[in-house]
Design a protein around this ligand. Structure first.
Ligand code: SF4
Ligand code: SF4
Length: 709
């Protein structure tokens, strides 16, 4: 036993040295990145939230379990990783015991002979094998060889994944060899409970005690050896997530990486645009080392599962953007550039040519790490962030790279330049006169007060109309419907009219943070001077910006989306839908209302209250809804690559054979409306099919057919 113990402990010591060196190297590389003190401060100040998040997201596997078969399989394997640590404790106990006494019997103090522990160990090991079988089946059925681009594993390191499954299988069978033989040698601590080890023991018993004693030692060394090899593989592969995922989740944005775009920071401090200097401060990310250590942690943690890729509207319409591959490209570049980043000035001169070449590679560019077509394809829909089981913040990274491209390189799709100029000069993306913002009011048969100074004390809400709602013909119908509904319900409200300017969302999502700041500060000044407390917004992009981003600049208001307020008014009996609408309706979730702000129920609640409406969900809905293609400032860019996203979405809607498509966003209204027109022209959609806002449906039912057109 002494020899076995020495071999086992020496193997362990060597492996620990190698693994520790790798971990320290990874840490050094991550800390080449920028500081992110806000992440540490938040975690320290919200210990309760962080513990709950670890319990729900990491131990409870909340996001993974949404994908039932693979989620259950992963939960088995992850729990095996935790519970089988007790078997390794026993194995090392035997080694250390053997070192000093020459005996091969050991049990964990107190609990180490309890049948329940023996049972749990065997149960989770068997469940883990079932999990491995499920993984193998899922990988074969979703193989990129058979499914091509549609496979979520397309672009992942497939060989590495199979190797890890094989290594986990080795952990399990060596465990049973060790335990079964130990039972026959009289060295097993459990009298009962360890059912699978007992079966192994029965199979090995005919070999006799001496053979079982030898097999016990071989099993012990193999079990430990496999784990040590596995440890080395883990710290050099995507399976690093076993250790980094809980840390990544701990330092992720709360409640998630959706909603607000984080402020621009340089050296860990929020940039003040009055004083910021592009020669000194970081304006977004222009090099890999401009990412924060949290960014590096994101890159290390990607499991290559492809859940993000499978939901991405850009990837699903043949564009070059895959959120998974974006993260992997950044990771690969970080590793390839690491020798340069970690070297001193003198050492850099002696680095191999390949490393120096990689160090000079632009982060974004035709020959860069990220191709511009990849960067500009993102609609900021949030499907990737929503699905990622390890809380990687794709949108933040994309926007940080866009910021550098726009503000430092002045490099972005030229069409978007017109939108920026219009925002700067006219305060709206279309460049229309601000006086036109109140024209819709003249089409109503009641007064809508324009708040040009202080908001009257008896006025409850400021109705934030938004640029589209005020200026775009189709969206204006929604605006009028909302105003009429509020009027009927007796809600006192006013609008800013010509004083309202774009919230700055399209500028910010494009990466033009200067302009966003300018517009946001102007609006916040107007709102604060008017003494606004409560806002109802009709555009989900405005809603998201006002509610989640304006607090960053000192504008804090109680903001609701019109569907939230209208659902409440219907609930309270202040609005009564009475006229039946005998139609089959499918609802499209706007990304900035649903995924970014979790408003899924209220638009559906409103439709459920309208008599006659028969609703039918699309195949992709709620948190798995599919974008219309307008977010992330994509509304203002040409869609030249692949299939149009709005066409893909409307084809899904047509599968439900609807009479009407409903939504709750002016941009979705325009995008889906355009796609429906195309389908009508080609005869693929019926002439009567239209897309309307939920508010238009409600006013039709509340008021009858006489609603303002
Ligand atoms: S935000 Fe949407 S479009 Fe952008 S990478 Fe993620 S899934 Fe794709
Ligand atoms: S980014 Fe997240 S969802 Fe996408 S492949 Fe990596 S771990 Fe999976």
């Amino acid at each position: 036993m002494l020899v076995v113990a020495i071999i086992g402990l020496v193997m362990t010591a060597v492996t620990l040295v190698l693994a520790t060196r790798r971990v320290l190297w990874l840490k050094r590389l991550a800390t080449v990145g920028q500081p992110a003190p806000e992440r540490v401060e938040y975690a320290k100040a919200n210990v309760g939230t962080e513990i709950k998040t670890q319990l729900v997201e990491v131990l409870g596997q909340r996001k993974l379990l949404k994908w039932t078969p693979s989620g259950v399989a992963h939960a088995f394997v992850m729990w095996a990783f935790i519970i089988l640590a007790t078997v390794y404790l026993e194995a090392y106990g035997v080694l250390i015991q053997g070192m000093f006494t020459g005996e091969a019997y050991f049990h964990i103090p107190i609990v180490g002979t309890w049948p329940i522990l023996g049972f749990l160990q065997d149960f989770i090991a068997v469940a883990c094998v079932l999990g491995l079988v499920a993984f193998a089946v899922i990988r074969i059925r979703n193989s990129p060889k058979s499914q091509g681009r549609d496979s979520r594993f397309s672009g992942s390191h497939l060989g590495g994944a199979w190797l890890v499954l094989f290594m986990i299988f080795n952990v399990i069978w060596t465990m049973f060899l060790f335990r079964g033989a130990a039972l026959n040698s009289g060295n097993f601590p459990y009298q009962s409970g360890a059912f699978a080890s007992e079966v192994t023991a029965k199979l090995l018993k005919p070999l006799g005690v001496p053979a079982n004693e030898l097999l016990e030692k071989i099993g012990l060394l193999l079990h430990i050896g496999v784990m040590l090899v596995f440890l080395i593989i883990v710290v050099h592969s995507k399976h690093m997530h076993i250790f980094t995922a809980p840390i990544n989740v701990l330092f992720s944005r709360r409640p998630d990486g959706l909603g607000a775009v984080p402020e621009m920071r340089s050296g860990g401090k929020v940039l003040d645009f009055e004083e910021a200097d592009p020669d000194v401060d970081l304006f977004g990310r222009g090099k890999i080392e401009d990412f924060t250590w949290k960014g590096f942690l994101d890159f290390y943690t990607c499991t290559e599962c492809g859940r993000c890729q499978s939901q991405c509207p850009a990837w699903n319409t043949e564009k070059p953007l895959s959120p998974k591959m974006l993260v992997l490209d950044l990771r690969d570049h970080a590793f390839a550039k690491a020798p340069y980043l970690l070297a001193s000035e003198e050492e850099r001169a002696n680095l191999p040519e390949a490393v120096l070449k990689e160090a000079e590679r632009p982060l974004v560019g035709e020959d860069g790490v990220i191709h511009p077509d990849v960067l500009w394809s993102c609609t900021n829909c949030g499907a990737c962030v929503e699905q990622c089981p390890v809380d990687i913040e794709h949108i933040d990274h994309i926007l940080d790279m866009r910021r550098y491209q726009v503000m430092i390189e002045s490099s972005f799709p030229s069409e978007a330049g017109v939108m920026l100029k219009n925002l700067e000069n006219k305060g709206n993306p279309w460049g229309m006169s601000e006086m036109k913002r109140a024209e819709w009011i003249e089409e109503l048969d009641f007064e809508v007060p324009i708040v040009d100074e202080k908001m009257p004390a008896d006025m409850e809400y400021l109705f934030w109309v938004g640029c589209a709602g005020a200026l775009e013909d189709r969206a204006k119908k929604t605006t009028k419907a909302i105003a009429e509904l509020l009027h009927i319900a007796g809600v006192s409200f006013g609008v800013l009219g010509p004083m309202e300017a774009c919230t700055g969302d399209p500028a910010r999502r494009l990466g033009m943070e200067f302009l966003f700041n300018m517009l946001a500060q102007q609006n916040i000044e107007t709102l604060n001077e008017a003494g606004v407390k409560k806002i109802v917004a009709s555009c989900p992009h405005c809603f998201n910006t006002l509610a989640n981003e304006y607090p960053q600049l000192g504008g804090t208001y109680e903001v609701v989306h019109h569907t939230q307020l209208l659902a409440k008014l219907v609930d309270e009996g202040r609005l009564t839908p009475i006229t039946p609408i005998e139609e089959k309706i499918t609802y499209h979730d706007p990304c900035f209302l649903g995924r970014h702000n979790k408003v899924y129920a209220q638009p559906r609640d409103i439709m459920a209250k309208v008599p006659g409406v028969q609703t039918q969900e699309m195949h992709r809905c709620k948190d798995r809804g599919f974008c219309c293609g307008a977010g992330g400032a994509r509304m203002w860019m040409e869609e030249r690559i692949g299939k149009r996203i709005n066409t893909e979405r409307i084809e899904e809607a047509l599968e439900t054979d609807p009479d009407t498509v409903s939504t709750a966003c002016p941009f979705c209204l325009v995008m889906l409306g355009d796609a429906i027109s195309e389908k009508k022209n080609s005869g693929a959609a019926k002439e009567s099919l239209e897309v309307v806002d939920v508010a238009q449906l409600l006013i039709k039912s509340v008021k009858g057919e006489a609603a303002t057109p």
